[in-house]
Design a protein around this ligand. Structure first.
Ligand code: MN
Ligand code: MN
Length: 471
């Protein structure tokens, strides 16, 4: 049987144009206003804990409740579960008892964590020792303003939250670098060795404790420990239980005279987590049950009980299934149900950068401002470690996007053998559901200050919304 032929030759070609070229004034306004909300949310959500706290606040304000408080669930019910305060999973119950429509992002970002015994003084300066978290270029973390965010637990179990470096009159923290005048030896090194992991030590003070006597040791350290005790009620030993993150003190800012882009810390992956959250909050009575998962520890392999490999996320899905169907839980029924679910693994990818063109195949890369990127597979070398989405599912996604006028593009993460990466998609695909990676292209990914395009952010929000409402 002959299939229908295209009338015009140009219809045979794939084109993924820059969306700013054709966007109407109304579309630009909508994308600029979405970007303002995103920036405000990002500035108060630099760590996974802060993101969870703010996301719970946002979802409770539109009627979400902890799933534990519900015996059964009916269409329109909105529930969530905090995953140890560092991950979050939320759902709006649909009219049909079929598989879930899931959006899954991660909310941890590369950073410097404190070591368990972090405070020391050397030659009259006091420092925090750190252990970097996730894949970073270490030299990028020197000579930038840093903030301290996190929590320390004292032995009575009480949490002591610390956040310093964000307010305009707060002090910031700092990792020094060598002056160029004396950097001859350093500049001969490869960038990997400009500064070692052990040398990522953060300046936190430079005054001795008051009333110290001649011969007293560690008087600079004593001054900082006293400050921490006076202000947070903690002692040096309490850092053992600490989860203190050193993050850039930058706020999200527009980039360019025309404000086309946003620079911020932690776009990876909050630039997907935020639209995934917003798309869910838009739902009132969806056809199918819609779920947004915000996971922790993706940057270090999705391990720990707050990472995507943890059963805690699956427990929520099981509870949701069980309370929605109202029947006694049966594992095989659940497995069949969950394998009929569909998911967008909503994570960022690299955007083609003309300054570093050699790492990308220009015919198979995402471009800044060309819309959300559909990525059939990620991985490294011969697609190692990836979840590869099934072709029929890819076609289904494209149809939903096209039917809802969502602009999208596609590509790989760099040239073959140039490197690679992974996302949470593989951990969700093992439950049998259809999963595809789909998110925002980023410049300078994993740098302390990353860049995205506002129109890609908005196209991603529209894409996630169209997916959970229509797939
Ligand atoms: Mn990511
Ligand atoms: Mn990442």
């Amino acid at each position: 049987m002959a299939t229908k032929k295209k009338e015009d030759l140009k219809d045979l070609f794939a084109e993924y144009p820059n969306l700013y070229k054709t966007a109407s004034d109304d579309e630009i306004d909508a994308c600029m206003s979405f970007a303002e909300d995103y920036k405000s949310f990002l500035d108060i959500s630099k760590t996974e804990r802060e993101f969870v706290k703010n996301a719970i606040e946002a979802c409770e304000s539109v009627g979400f409740v902890d799933i534990e408080t519900k015996k059964t669930l009916k269409s329109g019910d909105k529930v969530y579960s905090s995953i140890r305060g560092k991950g979050l999973v939320m759902a709006v119950v649909g009219k049909k008892n079929t598989g879930f429509n899931i959006l899954g992002a991660h909310i941890d970002s590369p950073r410097l964590d404190l070591k368990p015994c972090p405070v020391y003084e050397e030659d009259e300066t006091c420092y925090f020792k750190t252990h970097y978290y996730g894949g970073i270029k270490k030299y990028q973390w020197t000579t930038i303003p840093l903030a301290v965010h996190g929590v320390v637990y004292t032995k009575d179990g009480k949490a002591h939250e610390i956040e310093v470096g964000e307010k305009d009159d707060d002090p910031i923290f700092y990792i020094t670098d060598l002056l160029p005048h004396l950097a001859d030896e350093q500049m001969k090194k490869t960038p990997r060795d400009f500064i070692s992991g052990e040398d990522l030590n953060v300046v936190i003070g430079g005054m001795p404790v008051k009333n110290s006597k001649k011969g007293d040791k560690d008087i600079f350290k004593a001054n900082i420990l006293k400050y921490l005790n006076d202000n947070y009620g903690i002692t040096e030993k309490d850092f053992v239980s600490g989860e203190i993150e050193i993050v850039p003190a930058f706020k999200a800012r527009d980039v360019g005279f025309d404000r086309a882009y946003i620079a911020a810390y932690g776009h990876d992956d909050k630039v997907c987590a935020y639209p995934a959250l917003m798309a869910l909050l838009d739902q009132e009575r969806p056809e199918k049950t819609c779920v947004t998962m915000l996971t922790d520890k993706e940057e270090i392999g999705s391990y720990s009980n707050s990472g995507a490999q943890s059963v805690l996320y699956e427990n929520f899905l099981m509870e949701l299934f069980s309370k929605q169907t109202g029947k006694a839980f049966d594992l095989l029924s659940y497995r069949k149900f969950i394998s009929s679910s569909k998911m967008l693994s909503t994570d960022v990818s690299n955007a083609y950068d003309p300054k570093y063109a050699s790492v990308s195949d220009r015919k198979n890369t995402a471009y800044m401002s060309h819309g959300i990127k559909i990525e059939k597979y990620v991985g490294a070398r011969g697609k190692s470690g990836t979840n590869e989405a099934n072709g029929d599912f890819v076609a289904e996604i494209i149809k939903v996007f096209n039917d809802n006028s969502v602009s999208w593009q596609t590509g790989e993460l760099g040239k073959v053998d140039a490197g690679g990466g992974g996302t949470i998609s593989a951990y969700m695909a093992k439950h049998g559901m259809e999963v595809i990676d789909c998110g925002v292209p980023v410049w300078s990914m994993h740098a302390p200050y990353e860049v995205i395009s506002k129109i890609d952010l908005y196209s991603t929000y529209l894409a996630y919304k169209s997916f959970i409402e229509n797939i």
